[in-house]
Design a protein around this ligand. Structure first.
Ligand SMILES: [Zn+2]
Length: 376
């Protein structure tokens, strides 16, 4: 079992193609702007949809929603974004996406050049690449790949999809937003090729925080010289992204963003192909692939995860299990931000962890590949 899983994982991560990422971004460079107010956004969305349609198994939708005239919106408008679904055996959904729209804050919204190759062409290229690779297999859970629009106007596209998800009672295990994930070089000597920041919603026990912590665990040591850098904040100072509307609706969502942003190039005509480090972007794709394949394979989470009430230096953790589902128990010291150990529990519904006291450790239980639930 484990051998198969690791073979699959190395297959997935070796499939990442810098050429394919480059082709996407080279095409996106042909639009002078992809500002949500312009017809170019529509054209780019149709192109992304046509790329998704080349991938066998995907159901591709041009989703429309309305925006009202207001801040950064020049007139009432119907806006399009792309939603591609790879149906699984279950209706549990895993969402990954980036935003297709761009903005140039130094010029006219309709005419200013806004290439947005890193922000967020990189996230769109990553999403297409994940779709291409993950569609080679059928998964237990349903994968949803999204090229959002209206992000730069106020997260309108992700807001519309999160609202629809709530109305249609989507069961979302995880939503991974990738926004500005293509560069390792900032101004001057600022550089970081080894990490991508992973933001998660405030409050220690928020589901988004547990999702981020689990992504760190599942990907640890699996992409050579590269790892997520957990940031326990919902986003950067006074800024936002497409994960936030999902968190607001009660879903688990996190954001990847490169470690060092070139802030003076962002939202100008300088956000071009030259700024992209394809080795870096490919590594962010790999972290997403490992996480997505893990969530896409996971059975339902255990319920009623609890401690045995007795005072003891060994800790007994129990949960309600489902037949045929294998579980894992994770532990960390209460002051550690990351999981420090894991025990395979197989199909059991109880495990004793020797020498780890529940007074000073946190324990959680998950179905293999699924975000664990903390014991209480
Ligand atoms: Zn962005």
């Amino acid at each position: 079992m484990i051998v198969t899983a690791s073979l699959l994982l190395s297959h997935l991560t070796s499939e990442v193609s810098k050429d394919s990422l480059r082709q996407t971004l080279t095409h996106l460079s042909t639009y002078p702007t992809r500002n949500t107010n312009t017809p170019e956004l529509e054209k780019a969305a149709e192109w992304v949809a046509s790329e998704f349609k080349k991938i066998p198994g995907l159901r591709v939708e041009l989703m429309r929603y309305d925006v009202k005239k207001g801040r950064r919106v020049v007139a009432d408008k119907s806006v399009v974004q792309v939603v591609a679904t790879l149906p699984g055996e279950s209706d549990k959904k895993i969402i990954v996406g980036g935003h297709l729209d761009t903005i140039n804050l130094t010029g006219d919204p309709l005419t200013a050049i806004a290439p947005g190759i890193n922000d967020d062409g990189s996230g769109v290229a990553l999403t297409l690449e994940c779709a291409r690779i993950l569609s080679q297999k059928r998964w237990r859970n349903t994968l949803v790949f999204v090229a959002f629009s209206g992000e730069e106007q106020g997260l309108f596209g992700s807001g519309a999809l999160a609202e629809r998800a709530q109305k249609e009672s989507w069961k979302i295990e995880a939503m991974l937003n990738n926004d500005t994930v293509g560069a390792s070089q900032g101004p001057g000597k600022l550089k970081d090729k080894k990490r991508v920041r992973l933001y998660s919603e405030e409050s220690t026990d928020h589901n988004s925080r547990e999702l981020a912590r689990f992504i760190e665990w599942e990907t640890r040591g699996k992409v050579k010289g590269f790892s997520p850098w957990l940031v326990f904040r919902k986003d950067r100072f006074q800024r936002g992204g497409d994960h936030t509307p999902f968190n607001i609706k009660g879903f688990n969502a996190v954001r990847f963003v490169e470690a060092i942003e070139y802030l003076t190039h962002q939202h100008t005509d300088k956000d071009t192909l030259e700024g992209i480090d394809f080795d870096y972007l490919a590594n962010v794709v790999r972290l997403n692939l490992i996480s997505l394949s893990s969530f896409a394979s996971a059975a339902d989470a255990p319920t009623n995860v609890r401690y045995d009430a007795k005072q003891a230096h060994d800790t007994i953790v129990r949960w309600n299990s489902q037949p045929g589902v294998s579980y894992r128990v994770y532990w960390r010291e209460s002051s550690s931000s990351v999981w420090q150990g894991m025990v395979e529990a197989g199909e059991k519904n109880e495990v004793t962890i020797k020498g780890k006291n529940k007074d000073d450790h946190v324990f959680a239980v998950g179905a293999v590949g699924g975000v664990p639930i903390s014991a209480g």
